[in-house]
Design a protein around this ligand. Structure first.
Ligand code: BGC
Length: 732
């Protein structure tokens, strides 16, 4: 609808209202914009200000955000962070808003559904390593359904902060180091959460976060400064947000970080000039937890009132939890520092999301039995499929895996081997250890009674206690092979969970060193929320599998990979540096004046990381044919097809992900070594082949942004990279 028709429709519905005394905003059939306009006209300033605030209610189980429990919320508030997840209680609160507030505006219930609610899926970093967009979309749709049935309308997810430093605990929450991968998985998850239409019964609103650049936290420490030039902002950090906004993300959350001196919470450029004006986002932005008050710590506001004023004027419509908007906005309007028109605009954005979600028409949650609410068969099998595809076989010396049928005794050792709590990962507040299948359980059911599983914990996650080593060594001595399951506590990832080193604690490394002395083959299983420093462990292991934090259903998929029932297909969405000292290491580094294979390398350690982004082995062999081009020269406006036939020359059926990169050797602004532009995952049966095709659209795939976000497309040579081939093309 264009502006003019829109105006005519709005006027038509408003006149109907006058004629029949009907409340337009309550009329389901009226267009949303008419309903918003009608409601805004009826609201007092106080009612409007209430809409701009998000309260917390219930038990706050995010340890970083200890908030007071609000037991008596005023009716007519904008939103609540709903930690409780109890639909009956939600309906009570909603009833109060609908029946006791003057205009009956429903509350928007938000919560962190990061990788599932009760059905806990693999962490996002693992999800990205599956390269399976469809599975991610489906898991988000299933998570949305559990959320709706728990009284939640809005999730603070997906996080699409491009990761640069694995010491930062939040790399677990995003989709790794590549902007395009973050964009694609961000979009898949928005589509899953929001469905075809936000008003569908099981859709929830998504929230792209943390806008923008939070992934560059200095030193990997959380909440710190991020030094981001406009050029890098556009090249690296904006892409997933732009894609997410285009895919219809209902809301965004601003980041805690300070972007080169102007915190994300008050960044007029990113919040208003780009997001609202340029990309036309018509939903709203919520601040991060306490971020408005923290502007005082960041040194950009003298008091809370000024902090609120700056955040609001920059484009943050909703104050998460601080109560600053609530406390100071009336005064700020009276002092004419905030205009009523600006308040109306912000309230309209919040109401728009509520109308789109259908909250005015169906404000209450359907109450279903707990057994029909959570852990449905389909969600559990999704969790299992996603865990399976996210696991990455990093090393397989002498094809030790899959285990030969002659292996009849397996030593299963390590702090992760029988763990149920930590393999759920961070942000799994509603997950229950009793729902989780441990690795030990997975092995027992996979291998059955014909194989002996000799379990020993060996050691704790951390500390110096070696007293359990001897039991582990005995188990190893009594077995044909040793499967050592090491990893991280879930509290080592997520918010405020930075680590100065990405190595596992010395006790875990020492356990492997001792086990190695038994002379038995060592299969290393790693469960972590970040890449790990494996410089000492890798030489000791015959095989290594990274399982991330797989959620409730990791045991069976892992055991299936070890037994050979499942062919691993994950590939790393983030580079594993050889040592912590190599950080930052990511594949799309900009070209240097003396490439590091020649000079500019470290004197004391190799400069190459241990495993690059995209690394991941299979039990079969995928042979890449010679890539073919539909043309070698093309003009802007034309398209080019590049294809490669991949043959599965082994016996195992397997899934291969083909990654297509582009590089631009000469440009006005120097380009990264290469950039991922497209990927496709496909199952190919043993002996069969498949033709993978990448259709290059020069405007989309060969251009790059300048520091103002304008795309530059320059004629000249480009290279397409696929597998180990480098193919030259020319843009005329
Ligand atoms: C985190 C956000 C989260 C919010 C609400 C903040 O501390 O940074 O990612 O969505 O809390 O729990």
């Amino acid at each position: 609808m264009n502006r003019r028709t829109n105006l005519v429709v709005i006027t038509f519905f408003l006149s109907l209202n006058i004629l029949f005394g009907q409340e337009v905003y309550k009329n389901k059939k009226a267009p949303i914009e008419s309903r918003i306009k009608d409601l805004i006209k009826k609201m007092s300033l106080n009612e409007k200000i209430l809409q701009l605030n998000q309260f917390t209610f219930g038990i706050n189980n995010n340890p970083n955000n200890i908030g007071e429990e609000i037991t008596s919320l005023p009716p007519g508030i904008g939103s609540v962070i709903y930690f409780t997840g109890d639909p009956v209680l939600r309906n009570k609160l909603q009833k109060k808003a609908i029946e006791e507030s003057r205009l009956g505006i429903p509350i928007l219930f938000g919560f962190d559904i990061i990788h599932g609610l009760r059905t806990v899926y693999p962490i996002s970093l693992g999800q990205a390593s599956s390269w399976n967009l469809e599975l991610v979309k489906l898991n988000c749709a299933a998570a949305a359904k559990e959320s709706v049935l728990s009284g939640i309308d809005w999730t603070f997810s997906p996080m699409v902060d491009v990761a640069r430093d694995p010491r930062w605990g939040r790399v677990a929450e995003g989709y790794g180091e590549d902007p395009y991968v973050n964009a694609m998985f961000g979009v898949a998850s928005i589509k899953g959460y929001q469905g075809e239409n936000l008003s569908d019964p099981f859709s929830i609103a998504a929230c792209l976060k943390h806008y923008v650049g939070y992934g560059l936290s200095e030193g990997g420490r959380d909440y710190t400064y991020t030094n981001i030039s406009r050029q890098s902002l556009w090249e690296t950090y904006m892409l997933p947000y732009e894609a997410g906004v285009k895919a219809g993300a209902a809301t965004l959350m601003s980041g805690f970080n300070d972007i080169s001196g102007v915190p994300a919470t008050i960044n007029q450029y990113t919040l208003t000039d780009v997001l609202k004006k340029r990309w036309g986002h018509d939903g709203f932005v919520v601040s991060d937890w306490n971020a408005i008050e923290q502007l005082l710590n960041q040194g950009v506001a003298k008091d809370k009132k000024e902090a609120g004023l700056k955040a609001f004027n920059a484009g943050v419509e909703m104050d998460m939890k601080d109560g600053i908007y609530l406390k100071y906005f009336k005064e700020l309007v009276e002092e004419k520092k905030i205009s009523v028109a600006k308040i109306d605009e912000a309230v309209s954005r919040i109401l728009r999301v509520k109308f789109r979600l259908g909250l005015f028409d169906e404000p209450y949650t359907i109450i279903v039995d707990e057994k029909d609410r959570y852990l449905q068969k389909q969600s559990k099998s999704l969790a299992q499929n996603l865990a399976e595809e996210s696991m990455v076989l990093l090393k397989n010396k002498n094809t030790i895996l899959p285990l030969r049928p002659s292996v009849k005794k397996i030593a299963l050792i390590g702090p992760i081997a029988n763990d149920k709590e930590n393999i759920m990962g961070a942000w799994s507040f509603n997950g229950k250890a009793t729902d989780v299948e441990s690795i030990f359980e997975g092995f027992k059911s996979e291998f059955g009674s014909g194989t002996q599983i000799n379990y020993a914990k060996g050691c704790d996650f951390d500390g110096t206690d070696e007293s359990k080593f001897s039991e582990a060594i005995t188990a190893a001595n009594n077995s044909d092979v040793v499967v050592v399951c090491l990893g991280e506590l879930k509290t080592w990832s997520g918010e405020n969970a930075s680590r100065s080193s990405i190595a596992l604690p010395a006790i875990q490394e020492k356990l492997v060193m001792e086990l190695k002395k038994t002379g038995k083959p060592i299969i290393l299983i790693l469960s972590s929320g970040r890449p790990l420093e494996l410089v000492r462990l890798e030489p000791l292991a015959d095989a290594i599998i990274e399982i991330w934090q797989p959620g409730i259903a990791g045991g069976t998929p892992l055991a299936g990979i070890v037994s050979g029932r499942i062919n691993p297909s994950g590939k790393l969405a983030i580079t594993f540096p050889l040592t912590t000292g190599q950080i930052p290491t990511y594949y799309s580094m900009r070209q240097s004046s003396r490439p590091f294979d020649k000079q500019g390398h470290y004197q004391d350690i190799p400069t190459e990381p241990l495993y690059w982004f995209g690394h991941g082995l299979s039990y079969t062999n995928f042979e890449y044919g010679k890539a073919k081009l539909s043309t070698t020269k093309l003009k802007k406006g034309e398209k080019l097809k590049v294809s490669v036939v991949v043959k599965n020359s082994g016996e195992f059926s397997g899934k291969e992900t083909v990654l297509w990169y582009v590089s631009d050797p000469v440009a006005t602004i120097s380009r990264p070594i290469k950039e991922l532009k497209f990927f496709e995952k496909k199952e190919i049966k043993g002996g069969e082949e498949y033709e993978f095709i990448f259709e290059i659209d020069p405007v989309r795939d060969l251009s790059y942004p300048d520091e103002n976000g304008n795309q530059i497309l320059e004629a000249g040579l480009f290279y397409i990279h696929v597998n180990d081939q480098k193919i030259e093309i020319e843009l005329l």
